[in-house]
Write a protein that binds this ligand. Structure first.
Ligand code: ADP
Ligand code: MG
Length: 625
């Protein structure tokens, strides 16, 4: 005797929306049905733990998927707890959740399909998602401790039928009569499609998901075997001691499309009071090809009790670790949580903090114990960490000790801590740095000479972002970063006298150079070179000017200062010329030459290159007269 019943009003509304407005992501229905089956098996297992006899003959708890091609039906079956007559009405005819009404109102207002999907995701639609792909859904079920089974059937339009029915075995069978107008890529009867969906969404369900698998033998005979589609035991749910390093690596390679062994594996369980989760993280050893393209999505996979929720959950990793791959499994997230809700969740914030700390600890330990390897890692990912830190400078205290720099003292890269530990007292409170495209360029800078003589350690900033970052960092443990080209670095305090004596000459040179320089003055930083250029600007250095020039929209010019070396022979020549004739044309030419050679050695462009070349030629001729 079968009964026809109406769905609860809210259920009707929901079904209507799902059937008529969602055309993408419909394949989540399989995940939902399998996840319900898995829940039912969990419950059955729990009951059988108390009394093993309840299982009877049917001992192995499992999920079966069957394909009925003749009738265009997909069947998902479990031997879990099953449902009684009343439970079927309760569970499949109504939405028991609170907040249904508000949810439905929002759903009505939603304008785009994505908005609908995300709302539905937030609420968790589970079983009803089957109607997105089915014209009719039949549920046959028998509760574990009841004699009679129940059959429930609906086309999702407003009513369902329910009747008692003889079901031999315990558990639930969900029969989906698939829609005829599904897309080509929605062939849910194709064994490979099913396998792919199971692997994607349900790979780590604890129970075997079996299906009849057609395989062609070498003789061309089709053999049908039972195949388990899922791998069942998630690697991350095992204890660390049970997992070999090869298993960890293989899992990484299979899941994150990298053929290199990772640099480091981090696997931990957090069982704090506020939130439980397991994380399995990988720090790669090589930067992926797609890293700097739109193809690369940062973030970790998110699971809840072994069931996949989403890929690339960005909120789980800070920017400066955007290269870290892996997953988080937490029972505290619902299966259908949407990105919007997730982004705001407190739990996520807590997990992120924990993860971040573990990554930092792992990197610190590598830095301390495997320096050479860390240095290789740094060459790959240092730029990413620096760029990430640049955008999150408030986190500097966490990250600054992981930074490496080239240095004048050693061929190996050094940390800021190491620099500070061996700083010279005469250096004052300054961490000195020089900027250039590589070690060689920096070492040939005129300004380097005097520092070399003093034996001060200089950090070599060779990456374009370095100086921008250093300026934002401002200081390390109270020691301020200072460029050796910065205008206010003076080595010798007794310079005033000489400066006074040369005042008129310097003024004259400034007059000749006009507004090319802001100032002409003496320096004690030079030895072999007669002159150099420094930036008068504390914010934009000469090198930053070069970098910014690459972005054509921003023609940046820093104000420059020409510094002359009073101990150099050329300076004495300048003094002589000036004494003989303060208005000499020759002085002007010398000023131009000194200014331009200083630009060149800094790697900056000269404005009137033809004039410069003519001047040199003139000098060459005169030298031989
Ligand atoms: P949820 O899983 O979030 O509770 P669903 O819409 O997916 O919501 O399922 C509704 C309810 O139907 C479940 O809570 C469960 O009680 C029942 N149910 C669905 N599938 C099965 C199944 N295979 N075996 C037993 N009960 C099921
Ligand atoms: Mg469910």
């Amino acid at each position: 005797m079968s009964e026809v019943k109406e769905f609860q009003a809210e259920t009707k509304q929901l079904l209507n929306l799902m059937i008529n407005s969602i055309y993408t992501h419909r394949d989540i229905f399989l995940r939902e049905v399998i996840s319900n089956a898995s829940d039912a098996l969990d419950k059955m297992r729990l009951i059988s733990l108390k009394d093993p006899t309840v299982l009877g003959e049917d001992k192995e708890l499992e999920i079966r998927i069957d394909v009925d091609e003749v009738n265009n039906r997909l069947i998902i079956e479990d031997n879990g707890v099953g449902m009684s007559y009343d439970e079927v009405i309760e569970n499949l005819g109504t939405i028991a959740k609170s907040g249904t009404k508000a949810f439905l109102e929002k759903l009505e207002e939603a304008e785009t399909e994505n908005a609908v999907i995300s709302l539905i995701g937030q609420f968790g639609v589970g079983f009803y998602s089957t109607f997105m792909v089915s014209e009719k859904v039949t549920v046959e079920t028998r509760k574990w401790n009841e004699e009679k089974g129940v059959r429930w059937e609906s086309d999702g339009s407003g009513t369902y039928t329910i009747e008692e029915y003889d079901k031999k075995d315990r558990g639930t069978r969900v029969i989906l009569k698939l829609k005829k107008d599904l897309d080509e890529n929605e062939n849910y009867l194709d064994q490979y499609k099913i396998q792919a969906l199971v692997k994607k969404y349900s790979n780590y369900i604890k129970y075997p998901i079996k299906m009849k698998w057609e395989e062609e033998t070498e003789e061309g005979i089709i053999k049908i075997t039972d195949k388990i589609l899922n791998s069942m035991v998630p690697l991350w749910s095992k204890n660390k001691e049970e997992i070999t390093i090869q298993e960890y690596y293989q899992f990484y390679k299979d899941n994150f499309y990298d053929w290199n062994d990772p640099f480091e594996v981090i696997h931990f369980k957090a069982e704090g009071t506020s939130i439980q989760f397991t994380a399995l993280l990988y720090i790669p050893s090589k930067i992926p090809f797609v890293f700097y393209t739109k193809e690369y999505k940062k973030g970790l996979k998110l699971y809840s009790r072994n069931v996949f929720i989403m890929d690339n959950c960005e909120e789980l990793v800070p920017d400066y670790f955007s290269f870290v791959r892996g997953l988080v499994d937490s029972p505290d997230f619902s299966l259908n949580i949407s990105r919007e809700i997730l982004q705001k969740s407190k739990q996520l914030e807590i997990i992120k903090k924990n993860i971040e700390k573990k990554i930092i600890d792992a990197l610190k330990s590598k830095l301390e114990n495997e320096r050479q390897k860390y240095q290789e890692f740094w060459k790959e990912f240092g730029p990413v960490m620096k760029a990430g830190l640049y955008q999150n400078i408030h986190e500097k205290s966490k990250i600054q000790d992981l930074l490496l720099f080239e240095s004048s003292v050693s061929q190996d890269m050094i940390t800021l801590k190491e620099y500070v530990q061996r700083m010279k007292a005469e250096q004052g409170n300054y961490i000195l740095y020089a900027v250039g495209k590589d070690r060689k360029t920096i070492e040939s800078l005129p300004q380097m000479e005097a520092f070399r003589e003093k034996d001060f350690e200089i950090l070599y900033l060779t990456d374009e972002i370095d100086e921008f970052l250093i300026k934002l960092l401002h200081d390390y443990e109270g020691k301020e970063f200072k460029s050796i080209s910065s205008s206010d670095v003076k080595l010798d305090k007794n310079f005033k006298k000489k400066e006074k004596e040369s005042k008129n000459l310097l003024n004259k040179i400034k007059e000749h150079l006009n507004d090319k320089v802001k100032e002409v003055r003496l320096t004690d930083k030079l030895k072999e070179f007669p002159a150099c250029i420094v930036s008068a600007d504390e914010v934009i250095s000469l090198n930053m000017e070069k970098t910014l020039k690459n972005f054509e929209q921003i023609p940046f010019k820093t104000e420059k200062i020409l510094e002359l070396n009073p101990n150099h022979e050329i300076f004495h020549i300048l003094e002589n010329i000036y004494q003989n004739n303060p208005e000499s044309e020759e002085l002007k030419e010398y000023a131009e030459l000194l200014y331009n050679q200083s630009l060149l050695i800094e790697g900056l462009e000269i404005e009137e290159i033809d004039k410069f070349v003519k001047l040199i030629n003139k000098l060459m001729i005169e030298a031989k007269k």
